[in-house]
Design a protein around this ligand. Structure first.
Ligand SMILES: Nc1ncnc2c1ncn2[C@@H]1O[C@H](COP(=O)(O)OP(=O)(O)OP(=O)(O)O)[C@@H](O)[C@H]1O
Ligand SMILES: Cc1ncsc1CCO
Length: 278
């Protein structure tokens, strides 16, 4: 097993990540997001900066038509309420009926019974990818009940590796854990991504934003959700690194990260992406 401290990527992954980025820009997938109020702005701007097309559509009256138009669906339980849960379930059923990928962000799961129950119900409808921080992923599998502190993680992503693999096997989906090292697994294979800067945690909803970016990458890479999720995490992390070169704190990092994501070029991506099979 690769030691996390010795973590190094290979140029081959960088080349693949660049091709994936080009594909998102070329196809501009339409991503329907049913997400929390806090994340709507950064999520939509992240998708636009990457070349995808966002739509925050949650009224149940529109879902049957709109989910059919979308290339992928992003579901986020951050500011949950019963009527939104109903919309989420209708959208997920429609996405499954039309065999469109859907991605779940289990924000704050484990913090309350309502949130946990609704999250588990959604997972029963077979998401393509679940992306959470370490506490969230551990809470979902019950590996660490009570360790979720609001919506932020109290655990390192590496602590959640076994929980992520177990969840991927039980839910038969890809599980991504964000953190200093992002981990992506199908229950057997594990990809690690070490791009990013710690200051990204001090901007609200960067995790939500990268989940939507995963949806965009999965949408244009059918049959390759494991790699697509790793590419999205790596490119978002790289945009954070490049943005951080000009930033003075979280507010300017937010702006510079979006600028960097929009301007990612072949040389930076092929030389600076750090993905490795673990
Ligand atoms: N210590 C770190 N070093 C580098 N990158 C990090 C670090 N922690 C988080 N990140 C990056 O920040 C982004 C958000 O991940 P994080 O785990 O903070 O999500 P989250 O807790 O779900 O966030 P939110 O709930 O605010 O949306 C990811 O791209 C992740 O790779
Ligand atoms: C702060 C916050 N509260 C509910 S959702 C959210 C955005 C980060 O997940």
């Amino acid at each position: 097993m690769t030691s996390f401290r010795e973590f190094r990527g290979t140029e081959a992954w960088g080349v693949e990540a660049w091709k994936a980025m080009c594909r998102v820009r070329e196809k501009s997938p339409l991503i329907q997001c049913i997400t929390n109020f806090v994340s709507m702005d950064i999520m939509a701007n992240t998708l636009l900066a990457a070349g995808a097309s966002p739509a925050m559509v949650h009224a149940v009256e529109e879902i049957t038509e709109f989910t059919a138009l979308s290339n992928a669906l992003c579901i986020n339980i951050g500011t949950l309420s019963p009527d939104w849960i109903f919309s989420m379930k209708v959208a997920v059923a429609r996405a499954n009926e039309l065999q469109k990928p859907w991605i779940l962000d289990p924000v704050g799961v484990g913090a309350t019974t309502f949130r946990t129950e609704k999250c588990i119900e959604l997972i029963h409808s077979k998401p393509t990818v679940i992306r959470g921080n370490a506490s969230e992923i551990m809470a979902v599998v019950g590996a660490s009940t009570g360790s979720t502190k609001g919506v932020d993680s109290t655990q390192a992503s590496t602590d959640a590796l076994e929980a992520a693999k177990e969840l991927a096997r039980i839910a038969q989906c890809i599980v991504a854990v964000s953190g200093a090292v992002d981990l992506v697994t199908d229950g057997k294979r594990v990809l690690g991504v070490s791009n990013g800067v710690a200051l990204m945690q001090r901007i609200t909803a960067t995790g939500c934003a990268v989940t939507a970016l995963i949806a965009a990458f999965v949408a244009v890479h059918p049959g390759r959700p494991l790699e697509a999720a790793a590419f999205a995490l790596a490119l978002f992390g790289l945009a954070g690194e490049i943005g951080n070169e000009k930033a003075n704190g979280p507010a300017s990092l937010r702006v510079n990260l979006l600028d960097a994501l929009h301007s990612l070029d072949e040389i930076s991506v092929t030389s600076r992406i750090r993905i490795a099979q673990i």
